[in-house]
Each structure stands twice: as C-alpha cells, then as structure tokens.
Design a protein around this ligand. Structure first.
Ligand code: IPM
Ligand code: MN
Length: 353
C-alpha cells in the first residue's frame, strides 16, 4: 500500500491561492510518479477572514496543524489590513507555537535565470542559509516607557538562549555535512559590537564544531556578509545566523538568485510539523491576473517533500524546474514578464516530472 501524507494548505491572501494551486499541482505530479499520496486539507486564513470575522488564527487550528505531516503556505498580507497584524498573528505565531525553530533558505541560481550580479553563473550562487526562527529580536520582548511623551523610551530586546542557539547551530552543521559541498559552515553575526548576543553564538559554535570534524567552521560579520554576497557569493556554502540578520540577508540572497519569483523557504521543526512557503509576499496588485511566477512555491513544495522524507520526489521537482528553465520557454522570473501565465508555468513543470 502506498504511503499517505497529510498536508495542510494555507492559500492566504492576494496571489497566494494562485501560486499555491501550481505548487500543489507539481507536488501531486511528483507524488504520483513516486507512488505516494497526499491528503490535502484547506485552511482559510488571511485578510479576508479577518475582515469578515475578526478572527486571525483560532487556537483550535494551531492544535490541528500539529497532526499534519507538513503545511504549505501561499502568502500572508492584505492591503486593507494594517501591516503587522496578519504577519504577527498568523506567520510568526505559527512559527513560535509550532516551534519551527529553523528558517531554511536554499539560495540557488538556476540556469537561464537572470542575476543582477555581473559575470556570476549558477556555479557561483549556490548556498544555504540557516536562520534561527523563534528567538532574537522576534520574541516581542521589550516595551515602552512614557509612551507618546517627549521622554518616550522604547526597548526591543534580542533574546538568545543557549538552548535555542545550540539547536540551530547543530542543525546547520548537520545540513553542511549532509550537503557535503565545500563542508564549510559560516557563522554570521556581529561579534565586534554585539558582545553578549554574538558572543554566545560564537562560543556555542566553537563547542558544537568539535562534534563535526569534517566541517570547516568560518565566521563573517553580517555587514561584511552583505558585501561578499554581492562581490563573491561563491565563497559561501552554508551560513547560520540569528533571526533578524537572517531575515535581512535572505532577502538580499533572494535577489542574487533571481528574485522573489524563485526564492523558497521552510519554517522547520525537525521534530514536529514544518511549513513551506514562497518568499515573495501576497503581491495584491497581481491578484487574479494569472501573471505571478509560481516557481518559488513549486520549489517550496520540493522542500516540503524532502523534509517529509520523499527526497526522490523532491529531486524530481528540482530537475523539472531546471528542465523548464533550460527550455528557454519562460522568458523572465518577474510577474507579467514570463511570456506565459501562472498556470502554464505550473503545467509545464508538472509535465516534465
Ligand atoms: C520572512 C518575512 C517575515 C519575517 C515577516 C512577514 C514577518 O519577512 O519570512 O522573512 O520577518 O520573518
Ligand atoms: Mn523577510
């Protein structure tokens, strides 16, 4: 009997449903080829639900998600909802409550994809960023004093626990070892200024490193990392960093790999349920136009399959994406400039599985 995996679908806002439809199409094709099944359950979350019912994310839903093998997200963010409400109330809450403590971002330049970096080829842009996803400046620790007065004080604290830092670094060493590319893991921090937080990261890194003799440990300050991403991205293999630095450098990395049309990410709880998503937002102005690029979502689908243990199916998707891009039929990664529609790109990739 073939195996069945339960996957929660969260289409969300804007173009989220359109790209998720294509992601599901391709994941289903890979499942069929590899002889396993997916039980898909739709969850209606996002701006529309919030405006209609005032509900952002019911507690019961969070509990239900824990029973799934994985979650597949389109996009969160609605132009008529104040920025932050849905992002915090859905995306960040799920990361925290499901303890998805890793944000995994493969950064790979595919063939025929344009990078703004002159003279850089696919072989030069191929790294993985491991971002801590539940601590740092994202915990909401801090507060105001004398709010709305001229003496106002605002404090936002970066929380770094030895436990949280160590499990993230350990995960990154495992990724580096398994990938076995250059066997180099770069810790990205700011040890020259953040003499407490980055110091804890560096000391923890030095300890964990001893368990991985085959991996070479390396360090870069976050500001310098931004320079080298642009000048010498080929220097990087795997990078591990905290939540906010990771947020920032993964957007820079998305641009050098060809933009939000291709960048995918996973919010991973290695011991629980993980959630996969394209990095681009809900792109409201393109909603319903069939012009948005679904490749990032398709790549997120491959990451989902890899994480639940269907690595061959994940490879099949990656190869189909490469073939589709090599065919030259997709003219650009940008919305509206692909030379074909969202559904056609999905069809093309699914047909190549
Ligand atoms: C990301 C996003 C989120 C973050 C936002 C939407 C809260 O930018 O996944 O990188 O800052 O983590
Ligand atoms: Mn971000």
């Amino acid at each position: 009997m073939s195996k069945t995996y339960k996957v929660a679908l969260l289409p969300g806002d804007g173009t989220g449903p359109e790209v998720l439809r294509e992601g599901v199409k391709v994941v289903e094709a890979a499942a069929k080829k590899n002889n396993f099944k997916l039980e898909l359950v739709d969850y209606d979350l996002g701006g529309e639900r919030y405006m209609k019912t005032g509900e952002i994310l019911p507690d019961s839903m969070v509990e239900e998600f824990k029973k799934f093998d994985a979650m597949f997200l389109g996009a969160i963010g609605h132009p008529e909802v104040k920025p932050g409400i849905l992002e915090k109330g859905i995306l960040l809450r799920l990361r925290f409550e499901l303890d998805q403590y890793i944000n995994l971002r493969p950064v790979k330049l595919y063939p025929n994809v344009e990078t703004p970096l002159k003279d850089k080829k696919p072989a030069d842009i191929d790294m993985i960023i491991v971002r801590e996803n539940t601590e740092g400046l994202y915990t909401g620790a801090g507060g105001f004093l004398k709010k709305d007065t001229l003496q106002e004080v605002a404090v936002q604290e970066s929380i770094n626990t030895r436990f949280g830092v160590e499990r993230c670094i350990r995960y990154a060493f495992e990724v580096t070892k398994k990938r076995s590319k250059h066997n180099k893991l770069t810790l990205c921090g700011k040890t020259n200024v953040l003499t407490y937080a980055s110091d804890l990261w560096q000391r923890t890194f030095n300890v964990v490193e001893k368990d991985y003799p085959s991996v070479k440990g390396d360090y870069v300050n976050v500001d310098a990392a931004c320079m080298w991403f642009v000048k010498n991205p080929e220097w990087f293999d795997v990078i591990v960093t905290d939540n906010l630095f990771g947020d920032i450098i993964t957007d820079l990395a998305a641009m050098i790999q060809g933009g939000m049309g291709v960048a995918a990410g996973g919010n991973i709880n290695p011991e629980g349920v993980s959630m996969f998503e394209p990095m681009g937002g809900s792109a409201p102005k393109y909603t319903g136009k069939n012009v948005i690029n679904p490749i990032a979502t398709i790549n997120a689908g491959a990451m989902l399959l890899d994480t639940i243990g269907e690595s061959q199916a994940a490879k099949d998707i990656d190869n189909a994406v490469i073939k589709a891009l090599e065919s030259g039929k997709i003219k650009s990664m940008s919305a509206g400039k692909m030379g074909m529609g969202t559904t056609e790109v999905g069809d093309l990739i699914a047909s190549l599985i």
